[in-house]
Design a protein around this ligand. Structure first.
Ligand code: SF4
Length: 395
């Protein structure tokens, strides 16, 4: 049996989800669909009436019911001994930790709030308990995810809970500090640049909280941000980034942007390019705007022709590539701690604090010495290209 966890965020994701379901049906035939696209069950069933079940997001119980219905499990003491930390799909040395679900924002291009609802934060003691179980299982890196990490706890009015004798408020700062004290790397994703994010920057200098922030900014032109229904301004953001770097000079910032949003003029796009230059972000992803059924942005006038979207995408990526190459060149000669990920023909692939798995660059270690996957080791950086670093083990 195959369970397909789908995304319905943008049209391209819907297509990819449908293709994956099709592939699973061809290769296996017994398929359950879950995740965001599952909330549009009519659409999914109209393409694939032979599916065993279609459920929406966060429907673990329904998925399990469907599995037990279609694939009753014979009792097997070896299979039934599921470890306490559960079974994860990530490698043994890192894990994602989901702290909340849903979002209180209403960005005009996004349908996540209608698919997943408003923000619902997990109580902090529950999150910490899961994190401790992961650490006890040998995890070296915890990657915190949600739709809006810095809003954590707003819905619970920052309720105080108790974890292992400590009183902790269900809020972003307490969570970042408590996770940072677990003795492993902790990486924060999907952080909205609220003023209170400033408080966690000092923690990045002397706890396990990595000096890394993933902040999806989406654009820098005021009129486009307004049309996207996103607060903040380019100047505020630049000032905040400058202050963060004063407090934590080794900070690495990752962000994502959308080009070709309806109404985006050449001037708006130039403003975005200028922002990239001024902000000198370390890791940047870019999407061309794609309409998704149900998003308010579909009603906006002045859609940008596809050819211009792709031309802007290329210019954006070229600009960022140069910024990234310049920044990585400055790393040559430095010594860094890296987490070993996988062997290569000439050594190993590893990641430093600046590299989130699968989305950022990597560090290629040239060595004949055996290194263990999931091991932390020191390397000297000997070279750099646009996105990756090259290194040898430190003596
Ligand atoms: S903050 Fe993110 S998840 Fe929330 S509405 Fe905006 S894009 Fe969607």
């Amino acid at each position: 049996m195959v369970i397909v966890n789908t995304c319905g965020f943008i049209d391209a994701a819907v297509e990819e989800s449908l293709e994956t379901i099709d592939q699973a049906l061809h290769e296996n035939g017994r398929v359950i669909v879950t995740g965001c696209l599952g909330s549009r069950a009519e659409l999914v069933n109209s393409h694939f009436p032979q599916l065993l079940a279609v459920t929406g997001p966060q429907a673990k119980d329904e998925v399990m019911q469907a599995i037990h219905l279609h694939l009753p499990s014979p009792h097997d003491p070896y299979v039934d001994l599921v470890p306490k930390q559960g079974i994860r799909l990530t490698p043994r040395h890192y894990a994602y930790l989901k702290i909340s679900e849903g979002c209180n924002h209403r960005c005009s291009f996004c349908i996540i709030p209608s698919l997943r609802g408003d923000l619902v934060s997990r109580p902090i003691d529950e999150v910490m308990e899961e994190a401790q179980i992961l650490v006890d299982a040998g995890i070296r890196e915890i990657i915190v995810i949600s739709q809006d990490t810095s809003a954590y706890g707003v819905d619970r009015h920052y309720q105080t809970r108790f974890w292992r004798g400590q009183a902790l408020k269900t809020r972003f700062f307490d969570l970042a500090r408590a996770l940072g004290e677990l003795g492993v790397w902790v990486r924060l994703h999907y952080v909205y640049p609220y003023p209170h994010v400033d408080e966690v920057l000092p923690l990045m200098n002397d706890t396990g909280l990595l000096p890394y922030l993933d902040i999806p900014l989406q654009h820098a032109s005021q009129s486009i941000l307004k049309a996207m229904r996103r607060p903040g301004s380019r100047e505020q953001m630049l000032e905040r980034i400058r202050n963060w770097r004063d407090v934590c000079p080794q900070l690495v910032i990752r962000s994502t942007f959308i080009v070709g949003f309806p109404g985006e003029t050449d001037a708006d796009f130039d403003e975005l390019l200028e922002f990239l230059e001024l902000a000198e972000l370390d890791r940047v992803g870019c999407f061309t705007y794609s309409a998704v059924a149900g998003a308010a942005a579909n009603e906006l006038p002045s859609p940008v022709p596809e050819i211009i979207k792709y031309e802007r995408y290329d210019r954006f990526m070229q600009k960022q590539q140069q910024i990234s190459a310049d920044k990585l060149k400055r790393r040559v000669g430095q010594s860094l701690t890296v987490l070993v990920e996988a062997p290569t023909a000439d050594g190993f692939i590893a990641r430093s604090y600046a590299d989130a798995p699968e989305i950022d660059g990597v560090v290629y270690i040239d060595t004949d010495s055996p290194l263990a996957i999931g091991e932390l080791c020191r390397v000297n950086i000997t070279g750099a290209d646009e996105y990756d670093l090259y290194a040898v083990p430190s003596r």
